[in-house]
Write a protein that binds this ligand. Structure first.
Ligand code: ZN
Length: 162
């Protein structure tokens, strides 16, 4: 499982560096993906390390006939604190303790996570995500937030960085 600290050490502070284009990319999603899974955007702004795992996962979803299990696409890149930790993040930032603050940024801040089927897989709720769908993403190199102590069933993030 990757951590915010790992992302910070590798790519820096996403509040100021994400627009330099070194690791973020606008991925043109292959046509077969969004033709089979209509909710998937034609372009996804994501970390370049997401492209292969995401395409592998989508291909598996299509090949296994699970396309109707992805009901909504709920985003990838967004610079924000982990939900529920905004006040801690701000406290460290206000004190100038930058590295400590980075621990409380979501992996979405570096474009290494996606959310799907948010309406039925809310943070802290019992996930309803299809187990077969989850397996497609795990096999492709993602960790699933639905298995965490505070379940985040909508959330998949890269298992490791390369
Ligand atoms: Zn998420």
């Amino acid at each position: 499982m990757i951590t915010s600290v790992q992302c910070y050490k590798k790519w820096g502070d996403p509040l100021t560096t994400f627009d330099e284009g070194s690791y973020m990319t606008l991925w043109r999603v292959p046509e077969y993906v969004w033709k089979h899974i209509p909710t998937i955007p034609r372009r996804i702004y994501c970390n370049e390390q997401m492209i292969i795992p995401l395409e592998v996962a989508f291909l598996d979803v299509i090949n296994q006939g699970l396309t109707d299990k992805i009901v909504t696409w709920d985003g990838c890149f967004q610079v924000r604190p982990i939900r529920g930790y905004a006040h801690i993040f701000k406290r460290f930032m206000n004190r100038g303790q930058f590295e400590a603050a980075m621990r409380y940024l979501s992996i979405h801040s570096w474009g290494c996570a996606i959310d799907i089927n948010q309406a039925t897989n809310g943070l802290g709720k019992v996930p309803t995500m299809s187990k077969d769908l989850v397996k497609c993403f795990k096999d492709a190199g993602f960790d699933w937030g639905g298995e965490w102590k505070r379940p985040d069933g909508m959330h998949f993030q890269l298992t490791y960085l390369t």
